[in-house]
Design a protein. Structure first.
Length: 176
């Protein structure tokens, strides 16, 4: 092969390798991750262009301030802005719930990587830390959005995740 042909092959291979590299972490998580179940609070059942899907909000996204380490609170007060935290989870009645929010990555145990936005009071006046996990949309079978909307109004939807080292992938939703 001449020099020009080698450059062309190289130029074509680089984007493909980058795209394949982006798939490694999600695939590894799906294959080796531990299963975790979260209680959800759905928001939207459908979209004209994308079909039926549900935008999910999780109970674990609103963590009472008493479960947040002081170092996290101090960093929020000093610097503000969003930053990564680790949310340690414990299983209660088949559903995983937060029991501690920390800046230090745990060596073992069940935890999720999250992004803390702020701490504010909820409707009942309790201080809550708002944390996102980037697990928002789940696409549904066509013409089932209404059924899921009814189930969500009753608080009956649970989300199944695969988690590896804090990185989570939403794999399924189901009713209690």
């Amino acid at each position: 092969m001449n020099k020009r042909a080698k450059q062309l092959v190289f130029a074509c291979c680089v984007p493909v390798l980058i795209l394949l590299g982006m798939c490694v972490k999600p695939l590894y998580t799906l294959l080796t991750g531990e299963e975790m179940i979260l209680q959800t609070k759905p928001l939207d059942p459908s979209d004209v262009f994308r079909g039926d899907y549900v935008t999910l909000k999780y109970e674990a996204e609103e963590v009472p301030k008493k479960l947040v380490e002081q170092s996290v609170v101090t960093r929020l007060q000093d610097r503000g802005g969003e930053f990564e935290v680790y949310v340690l989870m414990e299983k209660k009645n088949g559903v995983h719930t937060p029991f501690k929010v920390t800046l230090t990555k745990p060596d073992k145990g069940e935890f999720l990587n999250g992004t803390i936005s702020y701490i504010d009071k909820d409707n009942q006046g309790q201080e809550i830390a708002f944390i996102s996990y980037d697990l928002d949309n789940y696409y549904l079978e066509d013409n089932t959005g209404t059924e899921w909307e009814k189930a969500s109004a009753k608080g009956e939807i649970l989300a199944k995740l695969k988690v590896n080292n804090g990185y989570a992938i939403l794999t399924d939703i189901f009713t209690k």
